[in-house]
Every structure is written in structure tokens, then in C-alpha cells.
Design a protein around this ligand. Structure first.
Ligand code: PLP
Length: 387
């Protein structure tokens, strides 16, 4: 073989059957080959195992899909290039022209945009409600045939806790599918509920280090199978290297999440006792209006702490700038602590009534607590709050 050919056909390295890598290798290959056309066709028709093209399936992605489906307690998983791509793929696949979607003002703003701008363009109607008003929710789903109920718990950014049993019971009774963005609570929470579809941003706790993006849709095999052909042509596939990074990040998922939750609990308590703080929203605090619901629904109270600066006590911009350990940054679920000031999260897409439900103001501060030493984080907050 001449050199120009050899560099394109490098020698194959085969491992003996009893000699396996401890960590699965990255299948960083777009294409997979077969010895003949017939085998390729059989695989395309699903009549034999194997892989053809990584936008459709890939062994590195398959390992992550299996892991995440099991963690969330469902049969199947579909990976996407980001969390919002997961929301988009799920909704685009589930909804038809004329369908109706229920969503909540207390939610991640880009998810609302998927429904209110993208789906609306194709004739999908929606109703925006407050996650606090379950009577209104039951009244809407009982009177308006609804295809999907999209919700979060705890909600981004003000950490209201959704009454999941009430949502799923009403949705099931009236034939609506429930789609829970479970990013904040994590894979180890909410699996026991009658939820049809979970979405997660893998950019957060799954990868955990703020260096890759990804998303997952997790549901029964029937639902994931029904979404697959749409997902393949939407094409927002995860790259194998990214899937590998997320699989690696998952090894420390529980350690990171538990440590960050423990830090969040003491930080929430510290903030609650500080005179420059008007109000703290953390589901683990006795003062949280839905603490009992949180205790009943989740194993822990999460790693996000949202609070309101007392009017006039400290300027919000001065406060966030004064922090040394909390970086001003979007996103959450990293090993390092982050702050997202209210000014960067104002729900400009909502009408005045919906804004009161969303409850985000310039004085609102969302902390994503990392795994640093809690004493250092508290000291940083204390200094920025004026001592
Ligand atoms: C609740 C929630 N859902 C979805 C997303 C979107 O995730 P991604 O940035 O991976 O698209 C985010 C991102 O912050 C989020 O907070």
C-alpha cells in the first residue's frame, strides 16, 4: 500500500476478546461500514444490530442514552445538541397544527419562545398560566383539548415547586401529555410520578464542568420511537466526543449534586438571616411556601438559591460586581458558583399579569451553588452584601 493510501486506510488494531478498555472508547466516526449491501439494508430496516450514520445513532451516544434513561427511570432516551434542542425536538414532534399547549409563566424563557413563537408559526395554540394556580390549570385542561403540558419544578429562576401529582392527574384525565423540564431537580428526582416525557439540559449537572452542551428527552420506548424520525431530520444531534464528556461527567454527578445541595442549604440559611436580603426562595427553607410539597416530591432541595435584595440596602449591580467567587454568568450546575442577576433574566416576553407570576425583578439574584467550601462562598456573599 502506498503512503497516500495508507494514511487513509490506517492499520486496524483489534483487542483480544478477554482484553477490554475500562472506559468505553469514543466512537468518533460519522460512518459505520458493513461488508455488503444486504447487511447495510437489513440494519437500515432495523432487522439487525449495528450503526450506519452518527446523526441517526452512534455507540457512544447509545451508552449515554441507556445510562440516562435508567437514571430517570424510563425506557428510552434521545440525545440532542443542547437542552433547548431537546425541548424543541419534543414539542415539534408531539404537536400538530391546531393543537393546544399549556405552559407556565414561571419557566425558562427560551422554552416559552419555542411554544409562543416557533410552534405558533405552525398553528399551535397555547395558554400561559401560573404554576401557583392549579384551579386555573384544571379548568383549562378540562375545557380545552390539550396536547402537551410543559412545566418545570422547581421553576427557573424563582424556585416555585409544581404540584406534580395534580398536574399529571388532570393531564391524564383529559388526554394531555406531560412534559417536565427536569433540569433543576436532576435525573434522580421525579421518576416516580406519572410523567410522560422528561427533558434535561445536559449542559448543567450531567456534564457538570461547564465545558460542553447537550440535551436529553427521556420517555417510554414508544414515545421516543415516535420522535426519532423527526429528530433525525431536525439534526440537532449530539457529537460523540461531547457524549463521552457527559458520560465522564456523570461519574461524579451524585457527588457534585449532593455537595452543591449541602452548600445551597447553608447559604440559603445565611442569606435568610442577612438584613440586606428581603426574601430567600429555597425549597428546603422552612419559610418556603411549598416546603412540604418539596419534601414529599424530591430527595433533596436542589443547588439553586434565589433571593431578593432589600430595596435600597445594596445596589444590585454593585452587589454582583463585588462578588469574587460567584461569576456573573448564565447557566448553572457547574462545579464553580455562579450568579445570574435579575437584570439579565427579566421576562420581557410576558404581559404584566404574567410578569407578576414570574416574579423576577432587578433585585432578584439567582445563585447556582458549586462545590467549593461553603465558608468561602458565605464570606464572599457577606462582603458583597456590605458585611
Ligand atoms: C430549566 C432549563 N431548561 C433548559 C435549558 C436550556 O439548556 P441549554 O442551555 O443546554 O440549551 C436551561 C438553560 O439554562 C434551563 O435552565
Amino acid at each position: 500500500m502506498k503512503s497516500r493510501t495508507r494514511v487513509n486506510h490506517p492499520p486496524a488494531v483489534r483487542l483480544p476478546d478477554d482484553n477490554r478498555p475500562l472506559v468505553a472508547p469514543i466512537y468518533q466516526s460519522v460512518k459505520f461500514t458493513f461488508d455488503d449491501v444486504e447487511q447495510s439494508q437489513l440494519q437500515s430496516r432495523g432487522e439487525r444490530d449495528g450503526f450506519q450514520y452518527s446523526r441517526v445513532s452512534n455507540p457512544t451516544l447509545r451508552q449515554l442514552e441507556l445510562t440516562l434513561a435508567e437514571l430517570q427511570g424510563r425506557e428510552a432516551c434521545l440525545l440532542t445538541a443542547s437542552g433547548i434542542a431537546g425541548v424543541s425536538v419534543a414539542l415539534l414532534s408531539l404537536c400538530r397544527q391546531g393543537d393546544h399547549v399549556v405552559l407556565f409563566a414561571e419557566s425558562y424563557q427560551p422554552s416559552r419562545t419555542v411554544v409562543r413563537r416557533l410552534l405558533a408559526r405552525y398553528g399551535v395554540r397555547h395558554t400561559v398560566l401560573s404554576i401557583d394556580d392549579m384551579d386555573a390549570f384544571e379548568s383549562v385542561v378540562s375545557s380545552t383539548p390539550t396536547r402537551v403540558v410543559l412545566f418545570e419544578s422547581p421553576t427557573n429562576p424563582v424556585l416555585k415547586v409544581a404540584d406534580i401529582s395534580r398536574i399529571t392527574a388532570a393531564a391524564r384525565k383529559h388526554g394531555a401529555l406531560t412534559l417536565l423540564d427536569n433540569t433543576f431537580a436532576g435525573f434522580h428526582n421525579h421518576g416516580q410520578f406519572d410523567i410522560d416525557i422528561f427533558v434535561h439540559s445536559l449542559t448543567k449537572y450531567a456534564s457538570g464542568h461547564g465545558d460542553v452542551m447537550g440535551g436529553a428527552v427521556i420517555a417510554s420506548k414508544a414515545i421516543i420511537d415516535s420522535m426519532k424520525s423527526d429528530a433525525i431530520v431536525i439534526g440537532a444531534t449530539l457529537d460523540p466526543h461531547t457524549a463521552f464528556m457527559i458520560q465522564r461527567g456523570l461519574k461524579t454527578y451524585f457527588l457534585r449534586y449532593e455537595r452543591a445541595c449541602a452548600n445551597a442549604a447553608v447559604i440559603a440559611k445565611f442569606l435568610e438571616g442577612h438584613p440586606a436580603v428581603a426574601r430567600v426562595s429555597y425549597p428546603g427553607l422552612e419559610s418556603h411556601p411549598q416546603r412540604a410539597l418539596a419534601v414529599a416530591q424530591t430527595h433533596d432541595f436542589g443547588t439553586i438559591v434565589t433571593f431578593e435584595l432589600r430595596d435600597g440596602a445594596v445596589d444590585p449591580a454593585v452587589f454582583s460586581k463585588a462578588l469574587k467567587l460567584f461569576a456573573i454568568s448564565a447557566s448553572l450546575g457547574s462545579t464553580e458558583s455562579l450568579i445570574q442577576p435579575g437584570q439579565l433574566m427579566l421576562p420581557r416576553d410576558l404581559n404584566p399579569q404574567e410578569r407578576t407570576w414570574a416574579a423576577v425583578a432587578n433585585t432578584t439574584m439567582r445563585l447556582s451553588i458549586g462545590i467549593e467550601d461553603a465558608d468561602d462562598l458565605i464570606e464572599d456573599l457577606r462582603t458583597a452584601l456590605g458585611g
